[in-house]
Design a protein around this ligand. Structure first.
Ligand code: PLP
Length: 425
């Protein structure tokens, strides 16, 4: 084993350091495997109950009327998330699109949107119109209010109570911290927040941005009162196989509203050909629980490695996990670059290319990105990116298999050792 690692550029000290860290993670990894086992059965049960059959794997063309595979897959998603209905489509192009669709279809002019958990994910700023943008909710006369989390990460219940008014129609709750420093919300905490909101205004729609959170726990936000969960298929629930797509699962009314917006009033869920994509959607969902477990192990392994070496990590080495994102602060541009180059060098695709910091649209500093993925931009595959500005942190996530994720993290460490940013003593 060691000699194969050495052939792939990992030296003995790096390998041994990783092995020592891993020895301390056995119990945590066993718990992750248990969650994966539970979620695997949950997905399997939903597939069997809905009689997924060979015919479901075929696709339709044109309008896509009576697409058995598409309709059955949506029933499977609804059962996995314990909801009345679901919309799972390749015509939903990404997570941002799924979230925008859920918002635009369930809000009407004069309504107000509330985020009680602070600033939403970057791309949603333009959807909402926090940053003025063409086609935003603001342009359609939908207002927005935000209540920030308290400095200790808790909910500002008094602020939320004051913010809810007669116009408040939809409350959006982002489960994952995304690329912010606040803690990720557990499903349990999301449930407490929803209960509080509903007690003030029972008919408000509670939507959860579920990106990066699916299958991390045995329950999902829809098990604790969320009216809708929304996410991307090139993250957890696509299992690395879905090449595109998004989902919305929730109350029938919410999902139908989204369908009438995605296709057209009058048409809704009845149209939308699946072409040949359904095998990847089904098989990806089937694999998603174990793929998510691999990504979780990767995040925990990295947190423990880099914390031990003295770098700040969020979440830290021991805290409980509610999403698959790991941040490591290196404090220098060289650290960020070396880490990302290590991740790139470990990839199954494009391992021979060297990532460079680059100006990216929408960012105020150069960003370096490491991704050698089968699906372009997929962040359930091992990937990392870091803005070249203080505090010089990298965010990394994913790993379709645990052995690959482990190798990627060791490769990132080797890169830091080779650049003399990490020294053994
Ligand atoms: C990734 C992500 C999104 C947006 O998804 P895209 O597929 O990148 O458009 C939204 N919210 C959160 C929390 C995310 O992690």
């Amino acid at each position: 084993m060691l000699s194969l690692y050495q052939k792939l550029g990992i030296d003995r000290k790096t390998y041994d350091f990783g092995a020592e860290i891993l020895a301390g993670l056995k119990e945590r990894f066993a718990k992750i495997d248990e969650v994966a086992e539970y979620n695997q059965l949950k997905v399997l049960q939903a597939m069997q109950k809905n009689q997924v059959s060979e015919a479901c794997l075929l696709g339709t063309t044109g309008y896509g009327y009576n697409d058995l595979g598409r309709d059955t897959l949506e029933a499977v998603y609804a059962d996995v998330f314990h909801t009345e209905d679901a919309l799972v489509r390749p015509q939903i192009t990404c997570g941002t699109h799924a979230l925008a669709l859920a918002l635009m279809s369930n809000l009407r002019p004069g309504d107000e949107l509330l985020s009680p958990v602070g600033k939403p994910y970057d791309t949603l700023e333009e959807v909402i119109g926090i940053r003025p943008s063409r086609g935003s909710l603001a342009e359609y006369g939908i207002t927005y209010r935000q209540v920030d989390l308290l400095t200790d990460g808790g909910f500002d219940y008094e602020g939320i109570r004051r913010a809810i008014n007669e116009k408040t129609r939809l409350v959006t709750i982002q489960r994952s911290k995304g690329y912010q420093t606040r803690p990720t919300l557990s499903v349990g905490r999301i449930g407490e927040l929803i209960a509080f909101v509903k007690q003030i205004k029972p008919d408000v729609i509670c939507m959860v941005d579920n990106c990066y959170g699916e299958f991390v726990e045995t329950i999902e936000p829809t098990d604790v009162g969320a009216d809708m969960v929304v996410g991307s298929l090139i993250k957890n629930p696509g299992g690395g196989l879905a090449p595109i797509g998004g989902y919305i699962a929730g109350k029938k009314m919410c999902v139908e509203n989204a369908a009438y917006r995605l296709t057209s009033p009058g048409l809704g869920k009845e149209v939308g050909a699946s072409l040949g994509i359904l095998p990847a959607f089904y098989q990806g969902l089937f694999l998603a629980p174990t793929v998510t477990a691999s990504a979780l192990k990767a995040a925990i392994f990295a947190a423990n490695i880099y914390e031990k070496l003295g770098f700040a990590v969020v979440p830290d080495a021991t805290e409980s996990r509610h999403d698959i994102i790991q941040a490591v602060t290196f404090g220098t541009a060289e650290g960020v670059v070396a880490f990302c180059r290590g991740i790139q060098a470990a990839a199954p695709v494009d391992s021979h290319v060297t990532p460079e910091p680059w100006d990216m649209p929408g960012y105020d500093a150069k960003v370096i990105m490491a991704a050698g993925a089968f699906v372009s931009g997929s962040s359930i595959e091992l990937s990392a990116d870091g803005p070249i500005k203080p505090p010089y942190a990298v965010y990394f996530q994913g790993g379709l298999t645990w052995p690959h994720a482990k190798f990627g993290i060791l490769k990132s460490l080797q890169s830091l050792v080779d650049e003399k940013i990490v020294a053994w003593n």
